[in-house]
Design a protein around this ligand. Structure first.
Ligand SMILES: Cc1cc2nc3c(=O)[nH]c(=O)nc-3n(C[C@H](O)[C@H](O)[C@H](O)COP(=O)(O)OP(=O)(O)OC[C@H]3O[C@@H](n4cnc5c(N)ncnc54)[C@H](O)[C@@H]3O)c2cc1C
Length: 515
């Protein structure tokens, strides 16, 4: 949709074919039988999201961003029920405000640890992207050890950052991700300031985007899954074959499908081309988003909290932080559960576990975080209901060495372009990354339509990919097998029947029981 928005701005008439009956992909949400909204993920917007902020401005919905105080709040591991924070002083420019926020916190790191932490990060500010990219082969833990950073910074800061950025533990996450995030956040004075959308994403964000596109001659169609990308003898796209049997012929074709889904669509004629072979090196990371409704208001803060617990990443009491979900009497916690599987650093494959097991484990963590209010046996705050949304293939797993395989938006196919958060752009797998990926894809298409030689440099393809491509056997695309959200790279409540069967048929590895 972001790409379509840029295309209509440039005078084109894009048609968006969305497989599902709801807009938003990984930012989609839907209502349960009580009318409560169930979100694929707890989503936070940052001051350092320039393209996203422009979008809100142009859609005239800036007032829907609920900006919170410029601070980062962490649960204290050794002091259950207590929080500590990095406080950013208003008016102090970045990166000084960040430095002061860390220095003035006395509860997380000692003075010596703070002094040992800063020097390895300075080249990130001075040398910028070349230094950041050069660290991609190292995990966060490798980088810390290489540069003599104190071990405790891992527990105190990096666990929280790694899980929030990519749902992965620091020993599995590429250091490039942490440095990229820091660099983007520190580029702007309010880069780390966070905002919640004031309600559900499909109505509050996606619907205005659809209106914007359609008011300018484009179209956004739901329940329109693409079945196959069909090619001409020269390899260019001849048409899209829809599940309905309809053939779609266009001047240009853009895929905004997530990487795991796009891999299933690569036509046989492209399957041995190095550009498309790169996709084999990328895969989505699993994550679970949990909603828990309690019978009372828990002690809470009007902000995002970094739990730093082994099972949880970030969480928020949405009955306080989000206008549409506001309730002064009862709490609704939304919690991101990660890591969910061995690829993300966990020992257990939580995607294969039942909702009951996941909720029991989460209650255990909450009892530790809020010991005066939550007890595992339910004798304190009562859990009224819950919803567990599993996204087995979310953002691309930014494990070491992956960044170089993220493809450019421009492809070797003359009428086919890529968009999506996993394509090469400087904002990682995020909402801002998805908007920027869409913008870059639109630029490729607009340049071509205007007969201008592309201004975009083609990203070099790795020698290892060329070697694999040389030995590859052409392969028919497998296509998407299911009809549910997970089949299209989204998240869903996994019921024992149909949804489980779909995962088993399409992505059986997700159901391997471990731990
Ligand atoms: C739990 C969770 C929490 C997150 N928190 C944050 C956060 O706080 N901040 C942040 O910036 N990001 C966050 N993210 C990441 C963010 O959601 C993604 O980076 C972003 O939404 C990706 O957008 P996308 O358009 O690239 O892909 P998607 O959102 O996956 O969109 C792809 C679309 O393609 C459609 N599609 C797929 N196959 C077909 C087909 N065959 N035919 C037609 N349509 C098809 C899908 O249905 C989908 O709508 C979070 C993600 C999750 C899962």
């Amino acid at each position: 949709m972001a790409c379509a928005r840029y295309l209509v701005d440039a005078g084109h008439k894009p048609i968006v074919y969305e497989a599902r009956d709801v807009l938003g992909g990984k930012v989609s949400a839907w209502q349960d039988k009580d009318g409560d909204w169930i979100e694929t993920g707890l989503h936070i917007f940052f001051g350092a999201y320039p393209n996203m902020m422009n979008l809100f401005k142009e859609l005239n919905i800036e007032d829907r961003l609920q900006w919170k105080k410029h601070q980062m709040i962490f649960a204290m591991q050794e002091l259950p029920g207590e929080f500590t924070s990095f406080e950013f002083i208003p008016g102090v420019p970045s990166p000084i405000n960040f430095g002061l926020a860390i220095l003035s916190n006395q509860k997380m790191l000692t003075w010596l640890e703070k002094l040992q932490t800063a020097p390895p990060l300075i080249p990130m500010l001075i040398e910028g992207q070349p230094f950041i990219d050069a660290q991609d082969e190292l995990s966060v833990t490798d980088f810390m050890r290489k540069y003599g950073m104190p071990e405790r910074i891992n527990e105190e800061v990096f666990v929280a950052m790694a899980k929030a950025l990519d749902f992965i533990d620091p020993d599995k996450l590429s250091m490039t991700v942490v440095l990229t995030a820091m660099n983007r956040f520190l580029n702007e004075d309010d880069g780390l300031q966070m905002a919640f959308l004031d309600g559900n994403q499909p109505e509050r964000l996606c619907a205005p985007m659809k209106e914007y596109i359609e008011a300018r001659g484009g179209k956004v169609l739901l329940k329109s899954p693409v079945k196959e990308i069909c090619t001409n003898a020269d390899g260019s796209v001849s048409h899209l074959l829809m599940r309905s049997g309809e053939k779609i012929v266009a001047d240009e074709y853009i895929s905004a499908m997530p990487v795991d889904i796009m891999k299933r669509f690569v036509p046989k004629a492209w399957s041995t081309m190095p550009f498309f072979k790169q996709f084999d090196e990328l895969e989505g990371i699993p994550v679970i988003n949990i909603h828990m409704w309690f019978d009372r208001k828990l002690k809470n803060v009007d902000h995002l909290c970094f739990s730093r617990s082994p099972l949880l990443s970030v969480y928020a009491d949405m009955s306080t932080t989000c206008k549409e979900y506001y309730d002064e009497k009862k709490s609704m916690l939304e919690l991101v559960f990660a890591p969910c599987s061995p690829i993300a650093g966990g020992k257990t494959n939580w995607i294969a576990k039942s909702d009951e097991e996941i909720i029991a484990a989460t209650m255990g963590e909450l009892a530790r975080l809020f010991p005066t209010e939550v007890a595992v046996d339910g004798s304190k705050a009562k859990l009224l209901k819950y919803a567990v949304v599993k996204t087995p293939r979310s953002v691309y797993a930014a494990i070491p060495g992956r960044n170089k395989f993220r493809p450019s938006q421009k492809t070797p196919i003359p009428n086919f372009t890529l968009a999506g958060d996993w394509t090469s752009q400087k904002f990682l797998g995020s909402m801002e990354g998805a908007v920027l990926g869409g913008k870059l894809a639109a630029e490729v298409v607009c340049d071509r339509a205007a007969g201008i030689a592309s201004t975009k440099e083609e990203k070099p393809i790795q020698a290892s990919v060329y070697r694999k491509a040389a030995n590859a056997v052409p392969k028919e695309p497998s296509g998407v097998l299911g009809v549910g959200a997970i089949a299209f790279g989204g998240g869903s409540i996994v019921t024992p029947g149909a949804v489980l069967k779909e995962i088993a048929e399409q992505d059986a590895v997700q159901l391997t029981p471990l731990g």
